[in-house]
Design a protein around this ligand. Structure first.
Ligand code: UDX
Length: 440
């Protein structure tokens, strides 16, 4: 059992805190936002994530998880401090905004009066860990007894609990054997399951995260560029992906063509990496990431122009239902969501848009009150001339199109995720259009 702290109670922090507490560690979690801490202390997870609510409730009840806003209490109660604050895109550039990371280290350091390991999990530009390590050494009263480690986090939204409890790999950047030992104790359960454990230096640990996310984003834009080629040549992107995916050097995962990637990580991480590489004099080598981002953006434009084609050239007054608002299924996260971005562009073109999502509508209503939402699928599709499927919730895959026939004003669907069964929709009398394979 390790006494550990979690600094920052966003997506990563709450998940990490609850999961570590469920493994038997004693966890104290801090946030600078007293409202967040009050709500978490009352056992409320502020976003949708499978299994997390149950885990948080149990962790609080067991006494293994407590919350605070006080840095002195945090430093007193824990020996290993996980830094889980956000690194959003800066307002005025593509670089990561480091103010939360810097603020946390500045606030924590003066309270570190005993030996401790501070473990960075936030996604940061390479070089950050080395800088923070010397900052801690200078400002912590315990001086060189305070160590820094870097331990990037690879969790996916929708699988955050499973990814935290059973990660693909554990990567740590450390400078001392004792820090490796401390982290081996924290992650003993995963290590016992055989999870690969990679010890390296700070810079490599930081870059592993940047490389993983930019590779995934590149894979998606690669397949989406081929989706356009398939459309131009009359080929089928799904069959192409299946066929190349059998080559284990390529692999089938992350080769689903469609409306592209969104969320709080991939879009900002590729920009931040490109910005950092440019700072390090490697602009040309990392120029491809700009193209990865551009191809991704073009997917959204493609869906809008496809809708326009179906509407006969103009969208003004056309009633369109957008199926999905979250950036991916099993999440209510709408950050940089392709679905919502398309919905807003359709609205900007004058369409009468109604958005449906099984989970994310409360967030949409709060953040984008101008978007018209419908809670039931029936209400959402009633009177629709065009349906646009943009987040691949199971609920949408299971729709019986015949059941919609009496509700809609036009039997046209654009499947922006290439997931709906062609024959099922055609047999119910619908026109279906995909991004990169023949429709009806
Ligand atoms: C990502 C990384 O996967 C994770 O390791 C990292 O820690 C955080 O960023 P996440 O943002 O939860 O996780 O989403 P992910 O599952 O990677 O999906 C990202 C986006 O890509 C989604 O919008 C998804 O719909 C899209 N996607 C994914 C595709 O368009 N095609 C695919 O084949 C796969």
């Amino acid at each position: 059992m390790t006494k550990l702290s979690v600094i920052g109670t966003g997506y990563l922090g709450v998940t990490h805190a609850a999961c570590m507490a469920s493994l038997g560690h004693s966890v104290i979690a801090l946030d600078v936002d007293p409202e967040k801490i009050a709500s978490l202390s009352a056992g409320v997870v502020p976003f949708h994530e499978p299994e997390l609510q149950e885990l948080l409730t149990a962790a609080i009840a067991s006494g293994n998880l407590t919350f605070t806003t006080d840095w002195a209490t945090l430093a007193e109660q824990a020996d290993v401090h996980f830094l889980c604050v956000g690194t959003p895109k800066s307002k005025d550039s593509d670089a990561a905004d480091m103010s939360q990371v810097n603020g946390a280290i500045t606030a924590l350091a003066p309270h570190l009066t005993k030996a401790a390991v501070v473990v960075g999990k936030s996604t940061v530009p390479v070089g950050t860990a080395a800088r923070l390590a010397s900052q801690l050494k200078e400002n912590a009263p315990a001086g060189s007894q305070v160590h820094l480690a870097w331990n990037p986090e690879f969790l996916r939204e929708g699988f955050a609990v499973q990814d935290t409890l059973h990660p693909d790999r554990i990567v740590i950047g450390v400078t001392a054997d004792s820090d490796e030992q401390a982290l081996r104790e924290v992650y003993a359960a995963s290590i016992d399951e055989g999870t690969p454990f990679i010890r390296t230096d700070y810079a490599t640990a930081e870059l592993v995260k940047a490389a993983a996310n930019s590779f995934l984003a590149t894979k998606i834009s690669f397949i989406n560029a081929f989706a356009d080629l398939c459309d131009a040549a009359g080929a089928d992107i799904t069959q192409l992906a299946d066929a190349i995916g059998h080559d284990t050097r390529i692999g089938r995962r992350f080769l689903n063509a469609g409306v592209g990637f969104g969320g709080g990580c991939l879009p900002k991480d590729i920009r931040a990496l490109q910005a950092r590489a440019t700072e390090l004099g490697l602009a040309e080598q990392f120029e491809f990431l700009a193209n990865v981002g551009r191809i991704n953006q073009m997917r959204r434009e493609l869906v809008v122009s496809r809708a326009k084609d179906f509407a006969g050239g103009a969208l003004a007054g056309v009633r369109i239902t957008v199926l999905g608002a979250a950036f991916k299924p099993d999440s209510d996260d709408i950050r940089d969501s392709p679905a919502l971005s398309v919905a807003k562009e359709l609205m900007a073109e004058g369409a009468q848009v109604v958005v449906h999502d099984p989970i994310a509508l409360p967030v949409v209503r709060r953040v984008h009150p101008e978007v018209n939402c419908a809670d039931s699928l029936t209400e959402a599709v009633t009177g629709a001339q065009i349906l646009v499927h943009l987040t691949e919730w199971n609920q949408y895959r299971e729709i019986d199109p015949a059941s919609l026939n009496a509700l809609v004003a036009g039997r046209v669907i654009i499947d922006g995720r290439n997931m709906l069964d062609r024959d099922t929709w055609i047999n119910a009398g619908w026109a279906i259009s995909y991004l990169g394979k023949p429709g009806s």
